[in-house]
Design a protein around this ligand. Structure first.
Ligand code: PEP
Ligand code: MG
Length: 753
């Protein structure tokens, strides 16, 4: 005999099928589904929320609440009762929602009349994709039976959520939000954060039309006046801006020196004396310099050339009396520029700048470094946007995802405002956490390191108080540069990092290019399977000069300090020994040259290619340390392209095969007493870090932005319990162990969000 729950569920499922197979549009179907469930379950109201945007749930259909609220209610995962269901991935029944500590009142819904609440998650492949809720006016305890029925219904809904109709609806919503009176553009993010404000279109380049001067003397006076005024204004602006210390200050100082450079000024004055107008003389001086420097391979000089163009434009503005600055009355401005020099930001009251959009731009662009230091989000590389935006227009920017919204609608504005508030809250939380130890409740210290690529990442040294750098992806500066950096240039990057790290551990990884990491100055090899092709250590062993130069730069940057060098994508001991020998030869050469050498040199490798796991005992006798690159290791273990969106949900690192392999690695490293860390994305995700700690890992390296969340998790964890639980989990044959781990965290009060 069927249980009453199954009988009732089957009745509902029959009706569900009728509705979904009907001719209505998907939004109408969803409304009909909710009102049908409300009626069948004898509830008074119901709602269906779907995850639209990572951690956000949006109301897609409702019954019994105010009219016209569909798509207007958004909740963060974890926020309110609905968010709690999504976060815990478990049903929640509450007799009186108003008395529940997590209840979050949404007046626009009109939920005043309802008391009892039941919510069940809608999940797909172990991931929450929505929440289904019912409410009644009376205080009422929903029975286990009713919850079971709702769970069955939610399984049906999870199929519907994955349907093309819902995907089309979501895409349509995204498009509408980007369009109806507002447009959405995608660029690349050079500095993260959110901003909302009125656009100011930054100076357009002036075209010099008058070439020959009528009166040289007058022209010289004009030049002198403009030059003096420009420098006076620059000094004032710099002094008025609180810049603190760091690379951005050096950049601005260099710029100021440029503007005052006597040689440059003399060239312009000479050009005027030879008969040119002051404007034409500035252009000629720039052209001369450009001819001399543009052929150079030195990226530092190339960057200087940008600054010079900018100083020239600035001077042209003073000469014409048109500084090209449009003015608006607003306390929140978003500066939009075609290109920009580092000092240009100072033309505006930086305290009012909420964002910067640059049509051209590279991550190493000086203005981006200065903006980042001032906490301004920056988005670059959006073709045509400079002509699109008019001064005064409203603009919203999402510097995390790299989106710019022109004339954003209320929904986008609300979303951006909410994210700004969240970011402030997060910064406050991070600041509060900074000096607290990353120690579990039962007293085990977990060392937390940051992964570094761009200079910006170094800021996390001061904001997180981490234990050091567990992975320096040295290819990032190579990728950001227009030409291959030479030994001196590399040494400068590496030394900067060593200086910032003070005495903390820093692990340098040798160049890991190829596959998805391409260098702009190298042609793409066009391989069929680049992820398992000529990449990483395979390239640098074949192009030994590149490896040798990099080793030399490491050795010089770490003179007098401990140097840790790690080789990526190593496939066997012989390959590791080969790479290591290159480093040792360079060390010998440095000694013979009489150069200062590091006080100690440790050599390690990344565990990314599965073959090394089968030679680990031997490898651990020869390596000073190992670090597991779970991103690559997982793609090779599961034979699953890490960049293929169709596969992202198919295999999970939180599953017995992968976790068992990690268990094997950490056990062996402990037996051999070799330092072992995890530096792939897994380490930065609280629930995955929880599993790693349960397996025995004590060194985790992650993006600086994840460190606060992982530290919070660690500080709420009892290590012994999770170690026992993981042992049981490893015997499970489920596709993913994620739901079990999340439930475990939830039951044990471990903070994983
Ligand atoms: C990894 O593969 O996990 C890793 C840390 O290296 P990358 O992501 O840079 O390939
Ligand atoms: Mg890798």
């Amino acid at each position: 005999m069927k249980s009453p729950a199954i009988t009732q569920a089957m009745g509902i499922l029959r009706l569900l099928r009728q509705i979904t197979e009907g001719p209505d549009a998907i939004s109408v179907k969803l409304d009909k589904i909710i009102s049908m469930i409300v009626e069948q379950m004898q509830a008074d109201a119901g709602a269906c929320y779907l995850v639209v945007d990572d951690n956000y749930l949006e109301l897609f259909a409702s019954y019994g609440f105010n009219q016209n609220i569909t798509h207007k209610i958004n909740l963060r995962v974890g926020e309110g009762l609905v968010g709690d269901v999504a976060a815990s991935r478990r049903p929640l029944t509450v007799e009186d929602a108003w008395k529940h500590p997590k209840f979050s009142y949404k007046p626009e819904m009109g939920e005043e009349k309802y008391k009892s609440f039941v919510g069940v998650p809608i999940t797909r492949f172990g991931k929450v994709v929505g929440v289904l809720t019912l409410q009644n006016k009376k205080e009422y305890e929903y029975s286990v039976l009713e919850v079971e029925i709702l769970e069955t219904v939610s399984m049906f809904l999870s199929e519907l959520v994955a349907s093309d109709e819902i995907k089309t609806l979501k895409n349509q919503l995204i498009r509408e939000r980007g369009q109806s009176g507002k447009e959405r553009y995608k660029g690349i993010s050079l500095s993260k954060g959110y901003g909302l404000g009125n656009a100011i279109v930054h100076r357009r380049r002036q075209i010099v039309t008058k070439i020959f001067a009528e009166d040289k003397e007058k022209e010289l006076q004009k030049l002198e006046f403009a030059h003096t005024q420009m420098n006076k204004d620059l000094d004032e602006k710099f002094n008025a801006t609180k810049l603190g210390i760091g690379e951005h200050v050096d950049i601005l100082d260099a710029y100021r020196m440029f503007a005052k450079d006597k040689g440059w000024y003399k060239k312009i004055a000479d050009n005027v004396s030879s008969g040119l107008t002051a404007e034409a003389a500035v252009e000629r001086a720039y052209e001369d310099m450009w001819k001399r420097l543009s052929g150079t391979n030195d990226s530092y000089l190339k960057e200087r050339l940008h600054d010079l163009r900018d100083v020239a434009d600035r001077l042209l503005g003073y000469l014409s009396g048109d500084t090209g600055k449009e003015r608006i009355e607003s306390n929140d401005i978003i500066v939009v520029a075609q290109t920009m020099g580092p000092a240009d930001l100072m033309d505006y009251d930086y305290k009012k700048i909420r964002g910067l959009i640059i049509e051209d731009g590279t991550p190493t662009m000086h203005v981006a470094i200065v903006a980042k230091a001032l906490g301004i989000p920056v988005i670059a590389k959006i073709k045509g946007i400079f002509d699109e935006i008019k001064t005064g227009e409203q603009v919203a920017i999402d510097g995390n995802e790299g989106y710019v919204y022109l004339k954003p609608g209320k929904q986008i504005q609300d979303k951006i405002k909410a994210r700004i508030a969240e970011k402030e809250e997060m910064l406050a939380r991070m600041a509060a956490l900074k000096d607290l130890p990353s120690t579990t409740l039962d007293g085990t210290k977990i060392n937390l390191y940051i992964n570094v690529g761009l200079t910006f990442d170094l800021d996390y040294f001061s904001t997180t108080n981490c234990d050091g750098v567990g992975l320096y992806r040295t290819e990032i500066p190579f990728m950001a540069s227009e030409v291959m950096p030479d030994v001196d240039q590399q040494m400068k990057y590496y030394k900067d990092l060593m200086d910032r790290a003070e005495d903390k551990k820093v692990i340098f990884r040798s160049l890991d290019v190829g596959s998805d990491k391409l260098l702009p100055y190298w042609s793409n090899s066009g391989e069929e399977n680049p992820a398992i092709g000529w990449r990483s250590i395979r390239i640098t062993l074949d192009r030994r000069a590149i490896l040798r130069k990099q080793m030399r730069a490491f050795l010089r940057a770490a003179a007098g300090k401990e140097l840790n060098v790690m080789f990526p994508m190593i496939s066997n001991l012989a390959e590791f020994e080969d790479a290591k020998e290159t480093l040792m030869i360079e060390l010998e050469k440095e000694k013979r040259r009489g150069s200062d050498i590091p006080s100690k040199v440790n050599v390690g490798l990344m565990i990314e290619v599965p073959s090394v796991v089968f030679q680990l005992d031997e490898i651990l006798k020869h390596a000073d340390f190992i670090s597991i690159g779970t991103n690559d290791l997982a793609q090779f273990i599961f034979a699953c392209d890490r960049g293929n969106p169709r596969l992202t949900e198919r295999y999970d690192v939180l599953s017995a095969p992968f976790l068992s392999m990690l268990q094997e690695i950490i056990n062996k490293a402990n037996q051999h007493k070799v330092y072992c860390s995890v530096c792939g994305e897994m380490a930065g995700n609280p629930i995955e870090a929880l599993a790693l700690i349960g397996l025995g890992f004590r060194n985790l390296s992650m993006s600086g932005s994840s460190l606060g969340r992982v530290k919070t998790m660690i500080r709420s964890l009892n290590i012994e319990d999770i170690e026992d639980y993981i042992k049981i989990l490893l015997k499970s044959n489920k596709r993913t162990l994620r739901p079990q781990l999340i439930s475990y965290a939830y039951d044990h009060g471990i903070e994983i969000y």
